[in-house]
Design a protein around this ligand. Structure first.
Ligand code: COA
Length: 261
């Protein structure tokens, strides 16, 4: 287990679980927590033993209840830009992380917490999870990519309504709008997250990385550009041992033993 003050990293069965632990403040994100989160992801990126990441919040009540309002209340205009950029950079590093990242949301995912879940590649939630972007009620707007990623995930109409009302949605509604893919009892959240991540990481690690690259590249690209990029990665995979192993295993009716090469 690797620990910083508010972010713990635990590794088992080739999955790293990164836990934000600032329970007295509902795991709210102050600049230290955001920095530690970035460090945690960097440490896992360099660890060849880790194939996938689960991101969660400590305690029963919250994934992350947003950016720390105590810090935001003191912000100056230039300081506000800095706070926003720091969060955006760390969240973008999560979105472009070369290994799959799954948010396991148990409880409140509000403001920056909701934006953090949006930056992950996949999301599942416990029955008591609640999502929302309450920033406008504080006289600000989402500043960690929420005005960008929410619309991409749930569509413009729903995203605008969530952003303008600041309304919270429960886990079932979050599932029906595609914000999460699965809702599970609170005490099964991590177990179900590990099961889902287990189904992902049994696949070829290089293929997983390239699949993520291609899918996320397509978000910002023209169809022509995205297709060319997809073809290049598709072809490149023919150079990997993993492709040879995956196909040989199919022919030989056995499970593949991928090496990530
Ligand atoms: N920033 C700083 N502190 C926060 C926080 C945040 N985003 N969210 C919760 N906390 C703190 C509370 O101030 C309280 O601290 P205290 O015990 O020192 O007073 C503690 O966490 C527990 O929260 P509390 O409000 O007492 O719990 P609750 O169960 O009644 O309500 C929430 C939970 C999440 C609904 C409520 O805390 C809330 O609305 N938080 C702010 C959410 C938000 O607006 N986020 C976006 C920020 S941009």
């Amino acid at each position: 287990m690797t620990d910083t003050k508010h972010v713990h990293v635990e590794r088992s069965d080739r999955i790293a679980t990164i836990t934000i632990d600032r329970q007295k403040k509902m795991n709210a994100l102050n600049p230290d927590v955001v920095r530690e989160l970035g460090e945690a992801f960097r440490s896992v990126e360099d660890d060849a033993e880790v194939l996938g990441v689960i991101l969660t919040g400590a305690g029963e009540k919250a994934f992350v209840a947003g950016a720390d309002i105590g810090v935001l209340a003191q912000m100056t205009p230039t300081g506000g830009v800095e706070v926003s950029r720091q969060g955006q950079d760390v969240f973008r590093a999560i979105e472009t992380f070369p290994k799959p990242v799954l948010a396991a949301v148990g409880g409140y995912a509000l403001g920056g917490g909701c934006e953090l879940a949006l930056a992950c590649h996949m999301r599942i939630a416990s029955e008591n999870a609640r999502f929302g972007l309450p920033e406008v009620g504080l006289g600000i707007i989402p500043g960690y990519g929420g005005t960008i990623r929410m619309a991409r995930l749930v569509g413009l109409g729903r995203a605008v309504q969530l952003t303008l009302t600041g309304d919270m949605v429960g886990a079932e509604d979050a599932e029906s709008m595609g914000l999460v893919t699965q809702v599970v009892p609170r005490d099964e959240l991590l177990e179900q997250a590990r099961k889902l991540m287990g189904r992902v990481i049994k696949n070829g690690p290089v293929a997983l990385r390239m699949a993520l690259e291609s899918v996320y590249h397509a978000v910002d690209a023209t169809t022509e550009d995205a297709q060319r990029f997809e073809s290049s990665l598709f072809g490149l995979l023919a150079a990997t041992d993993d492709m040879k192993e995956g196909m040989a295993a199919f022919m030989e009716k056995r499970d593949p033993q991928f090496k990530g090469k």
